[in-house]
Design a protein around this ligand. Structure first.
Ligand code: KIV
Length: 263
């Protein structure tokens, strides 16, 4: 049965861990779908792993739509999350709506955007118009130049702001929130406070679900992988097995292990 926002909410309530992976093309999307991953994020990480840029900043809405179309053709049950790239939603809520519609016409079931409190009006505007929105807080790669690099967020006094951001996006109607590169105890607190699922990447095992960049977890991205990633091709004979092992380890609470976490 197709995975929906309702499925994910129920999974949180039943403490059934949610699995997400990125994918950007038809073949990998079909494989990920077959392995029972709950959602495919057509992330703007495509700028790095598909295009070879150092950050996702150069990705355009046209490119996001193209990759979303490719992924959507490969999917039967998995939710497709389209990613609004840098510059495609920050000007106005109307701009965000126009570009979210483009992603949905390309086959996305839901959309993701980066930001917490500052994006509340935009999230509300999209939700009121029938668009399911996932927020992304913590390390927000589109702001990498402002953040001074791909660094852990929410340590010390910054923790309160992240909690406020999470509560604000839930209140605005987001169906889920990605927590990237935050201390595991903070991610746990946020997960307990929210009724919507938290999807962690470098945020520890207490999150309701996990997401990884496909090329990172297959060990095929030529740059150094982040600490929070695990190479699932090690010990696997096929890509299918690697993805299946990821799903099993997330479901069993074995991934992420302490070595993949920040404190
Ligand atoms: O673009 C992406 O792949 C992402 C994940 C890292 C969460 O935003």
């Amino acid at each position: 049965m197709a995975v929906t926002v309702t499925t994910m909410k129920k999974m949180k309530q039943e403490k059934d861990k949610i699995t997400w992976l990125t994918a950007y093309d038809y073949s990998f999307a079909s494989l990920v779908d077959e392995q029972g991953v709950d959602a495919i994020l057509v992330g703007d990480s495509l700028g790095m792993v598909m295009q070879g840029h150092e950050t996702p900043v150069p990705v355009t809405i046209e490119q996001s739509c193209y990759h979303t179309e490719c992924v959507a053709r490969g999917v039967s049950n998995t939710m497709v999350v389209g990613d609004l790239p840098f510059g495609s939603y920050q000007t106005s809520k109307e701009q965000a709506y126009e570009n979210a519609v483009k992603l949905m016409r390309s086959g996305a079931h839901t959309v993701k955007l980066e930001g917490g409190e500052l994006q509340v009006e935009t999230i509300q505007f999209l939700v009121e118009r029938g668009i399911a929105v996932c927020a992304h807080i913590g390390l927000t790669p589109q702001s990498v130049h402002q953040l001074g690099g791909f660094k852990v967020q929410g340590r010390g006094a910054a923790a309160n702001q992240l909690i406020e951001d999470a509560l604000a996006v839930e209140q605005a109607g987001a169906f889920a929130v990605v927590l990237e590169a935050v201390p595991q105890s903070l991610a746990e607190q946020i997960t307990q406070k929210l009724s919507i699922p938290t999807i962690g990447i470098g945020a520890g095992p207490a999150c309701d679900g996990q997401v990884l960049v496909l090329q990172d977890m297959l060990g095929i991205y030529p740059q150094k992988s982040p600490k929070f990633c695990k190479n699932y091709m090690e010990g696997a004979e096929t890509i299918q097995q690697a993805v299946g092992n990821y799903v099993a380890e997330v479901k069993e609470g074995m991934f992420p292990a302490q070595e993949h976490c920040f404190n």
